[in-house]
Design a protein around this ligand. Structure first.
Ligand code: G6P
Ligand code: ZN
Length: 560
């Protein structure tokens, strides 16, 4: 039976402008009449003529409204000439899994249903993001096109009568006005697990994790925080690597993440940190809602900053078979990320790139064969195996390093710092501030730090003095396509390489979140306590920015 395409009239919604990583709004915003329909239609139209006859991947982190949105997207894709959809069972696919599927299936792209680490549930956030054929988040030019289309949209097309049950794996064939349309509901984890098996030595890791190699099973606590990684974690760590059931927790994806804020950091992964601090564990790890972020802690909750995590993995790439096969190209980090990896790159004679915040900026460098490993302070680590950061990949990388060195996480870090020195790093977040005063604060600070007399100025606190070497609002010219990204964050660099960085978050769904990043390098004094070592520079940052005055806040909501 042939199904009919229908055209529905609509009017634009304001504010359908994708942020750092897709469009994120409250569920209540997405469920307004035609809101999701409009945005999906614009995503599809932004692909131009390539859309007709294409294959797309659809899936998300299982948060509230995911399944309904997936079904709606299927109907809209059917109405717009897409030939084939690969849809995760029940609409579930982690963000790294989507990226991997796009690449393996040579799809035109993927629609990812997630608000990443933002809380879920009817009162919380939902999000839609488009990834392009390289598997990475759409670049600025593409998302701007989506936004432009959203301001003038007049109609969308869909096949309202298309019935689909995405809870069952299998292929459904449709005839849409005489043209074939295929929906393949796929096992959410199979392709991703296969991909990890190609990258890592699962045989070695199995013997190490299960204790077969030395009689001592690895004591792990892997916390999926009720996000999408649950099913992936169970298959990889329990079934493939022989970990015990007690090694994995919160592995059932829940629409509201069980009320948790699914962000793997010291504040929101408190349960993990406290349990590992009290218990007998070799490694603790957590992921965010959609599985691209990770946090690694060692025994007694020894915290590995994401900046250090990247640098350590860079140093030990030999421990991962993928890099032996594919070679080691350059490294990269986002601008606010501490520059620990730069030192490893320098030692190994590799290019190191500093890009704006947002994983999308790594894609071009990877596609051009200049980048194989990158990371961000926002708990993102990954490689050129896909075009997203990858939480489970990062844990497998760390376990590979532990297996390779035979050392504890703390000893691996101490050894690393003794060779390279240490970048003490912290990030203060001031969440849900009023937008206006924050904009004013940023504008005032930009004016002050870019004034001619600012360079060369000295600031002192608690006996430490820092002299300004340079200061700007970071801008970046992509070395591959020469596209320019401006106003990516205020940055003050001091003589000794220490830095203060301040920017407004691009991933919130309401109000403004101020992020203050403090990066202080020490060649010798590497065993101090981060909060103590960084205190003087934090005070200087608060003085320069006048943050308490503008935001009315005397303390951050989150410290990482
Ligand atoms: C997402 C992106 C990351 C980015 C982060 C920054 O997780 O995938 O690449 O680092 O957002 O978020 P922010 O809230 O600081 O803009
Ligand atoms: Zn995420």
């Amino acid at each position: 039976m042939s199904l009919n395409v229908e055209t529905k009239q609509t009017t634009p919604y304001e504010g359908q402008k994708p942020g750092t990583s897709g469009l994120r709004k409250k569920v209540k915003v997405f469920t307004q009449p035609n809101y999701t329909e409009n945005f999906v239609q614009c995503i599809l139209e932004a692909n131009g003529t390539a859309l007709v006859g294409s294959t797309l991947v659809v899936g998300g982190d299982g948060r509230y409204y995911c399944k309904e949105a997936a079904e709606l997207i299927i109907r809209i894709c059917a109405g717009n000439g897409v030939a084939k959809l690969l849809v995760g069972q029940n609409g579930i696919l982690s963000t790294p899994a989507v990226s991997s599927l796009i690449r393996h299936n040579k799809a035109l792209g993927g629609i990812v249903l997630t608000a990443s680490h933002n809380p879920g549930g009817p009162e919380n956030d939902f999000g839609i993001k488009f990834n392009c054929e390289n598997g990475g988040p759409a670049p600025d030019a593409f998302t701007n096109k989506i936004y432009q289309l959203s301001t003038t949209i007049k109609a969308y097309t869909l096949v309202p009568s298309l019935q689909i049950d995405i809870s069952k794996v299998g292929v459904s064939n449709y005839d849409i006005g005489g043209k074939p349309f295929v929906v393949e509901v796929i096992d959410s984890v199979a392709n991703y697990v296969r991909h990890m098996e190609e990258i890592f030595d699962f045989g070695k890791l199995h013997d190490f994790v299960s204790g077969k190699s030395n009689g001592k099973p690895l004591k792990m606590r892997i916390d999926s925080m009720n996000g999408v990684t649950g099913a992936y974690v169970r298959e990889i760590f329990l079934n493939r690597l022989g970990a015990t059931e007690a090694s994995v927790v919160h592995t059932t994806p829940l629409p509201d993440f069980g009320g948790l804020h699914p962000d793997p950091n010291l504040t929101y992964a408190k349960d993990l940190v406290e349990t590992v601090a009290k218990g007998d564990y070799d490694i603790g790890a957590a992921f965010d809602g959609d599985g691209d972020r990770n946090m690694i802690i060692g025994s007694k909750a020894f915290f590995v900053t994401p900046s250090d995590s990247l640098a350590v993995i860079a140093h030990y790439l030999d421990a991962i078979p993928y890099f032996q096969k594919n070679g080691v190209q350059g490294f990269a980090r986002s601008m606010p990320t501490a520059s620990a990896v730069d030192l490893v790159g320098k030692k190994l004679g590799k290019e190191v790139f500093e890009v704006p915040t947002g994983w999308k900026y790594f894609g071009n460098l990877m596609d051009a064969g200049r980048l194989c490993l990158c990371g961000e302070e926002s708990f993102g680590t990954g490689s050129n195996h896909i075009r997203e950061k990858d939480g489970i990949w990062a844990v497998l990388a760390w376990i590979s390093v532990m297996q390779h060195t035979g050392k504890s996480i703390e000893d691996i870090l101490k050894q690393h710092w003794s060779v390279y020195g240490r970048n003490y790093f912290t990030r203060y977040d001031y969440e849900e501030c009023d937008l206006e005063p924050c904009n004013e604060m940023m504008a005032t600070m930009e004016k002050n730090i870019t004034a001619a007399e600012f360079v060369g100025k000295s600031f002192s606190s608690e006996g430490k003095t820092y002299k300004v070497k340079e200061a700007d609002n970071f801008s970046y010219t992509d070395p591959v396509d020469k596209s320019l990204a401006t106003k990516q964050g205020l940055r003050i660099v001091f003589d000794d390489g220490s830095r203060i960085v301040m920017r407004l978050s691009g991933t919130g769904s309401s109000g403004a979140t101020v992020r203050l990043y403090i990066d202080s390098y020490e060649k010798q004094n590497v065993l101090g306590q981060a909060s103590v070592m960084l205190k003087p520079l934090i005070d200087i940052a608060l003085e320069i920015s006048q943050l308490p005055k503008f935001t009315g806040r005397n303390a951050p909501t989150v410290i990482t």
